[in-house]
Design a protein around this ligand. Sequence first.
Ligand code: G3H
Length: 489
Amino acid sequence: VDGKFKHWNGPFKEVNAAICKPTTDVKLERISIGKIPKTGLPEALECLESSENAYDNGFGEWPMFSVEQRIFHVEKFVGEMINLRSEVVNLLMWEIGKSEKDSEKEFDRTIKYIYDTIESLKKLERKSASFTIEEGVIGQVRRSPLGVTLCIGPYNYPLNETYTLLIPALIMGNVILFKPPKHGCLLHFSLSKAIQKSFPKGVINYLYGKGNEIIEPLMNTGKINVLTLIGSSKVASDIKKAHPKVNRLRAILGLDAKNPAIVLENANLENAVEECILGSLSFNGQRCTALKILFVHENIKDEFLKKFCEKVDALKFGMPWDEKVQITPLPEEDKFKYLNDCISDAEAKGGKIMNENGAIQNGSLFFPAVVYPVKDGMKLYREEQFGPIVPIVSFTDMQEPIDYMISSNYGQQVSIFGTDTKQISHLLDGLVNQVSRVNINVQCQRGPDTFPFTGRKDSAEGTLSVYDALRSFSIRTVVATKETMENKA
Ligand code: G3H
């Protein structure tokens, strides 16, 4: 973990030379890049005890600190974190296969997020002045912490998404039990040095164990006050069920999504193709906000497919440190079986891979597959593939994509591509109450991080953003004081 391995590119040199043409001539293999000690159940329970001691029912040093004191510690941490930039960026590339450019972007976005949160908290504090409840009674709202917070980070944005949970939770006075993702745990191990230098003991405890061995027993204790994670809705609901008094548990969750793009017949095709590629295949489609199904109007379907497949086949396939790489290795070993199952299922029901290089695999590389026609009844129609497969459906009636969203288990975002304002308003009216963000002529995305990040149905619980998260991780306590002769004086 010293940042030096970046220049090791051993057997991939030949692949680099063959870039753009996915190759299977050179056999790629996974390699081990580091090991960290695993947190077993006894250690996890010790961590819980340490968190409880640090919180001490709200009487601990951290929850009792003033806002200024907590900001001081977070600022110290961000300074230490900046010193680890190159090590962490390298680990992002190695552990999860994110390109160098995107890894740097994620790091810098996280730093900005932390500074913006500090500024946002300062503003929030300035707003909480006294007000009159009724004549002679003065009210003041304080924001108080919620308690011991179990935070589970995702692998796809191990930094940005994790810190959009960790930092607001911490700065509002909560204490954290943090379980880093399996892919991405080394970079958190590296950052734990900065955490250790910056926060009092027990304020953040790391759990490097296997989720299925430690999370349920931790929840069973009933001592976790807040659950926050970005990940799957099934995992979140199982974890919640393990809490003996789930009504006492606050949950702030970013979950599954199956965001559609709707490409109308009058869409600017160049723009629609470009945005749909970015939306569906940035970071190999491993974004909760990715476009995971494209509804393309029947009248332009052939032209769209031709242009789309040509551009997909030209994507640069390779290692994260290759210049301008666009498709990189997938970190999850078991993902390949699932992706291949989705493709076989579609093929058995009449779907086809439309692009020449679709589904070429080598080691942990999987070249994107464009699958058409995708229909109801296929896995790819409803399941969140979270990987490099782009399912395409053709439609004629605008009600079809609206009905798709109404009947979906998810409700995060949608993108509409078109130039006819009447049609766009019709779709907007039909979709705005089904999702939490509608994008017009642009891909789906979370940013900027000042925007509310949430969703309907199984896509989210609570809201995150530089502003909203401060509210999500705290409770407003009102202090109402009647003026008497004595306190007036
Ligand atoms: O996986 C979900 C991420 O928060 C997506 O963020 O839309 O900025 O890529 P992004």
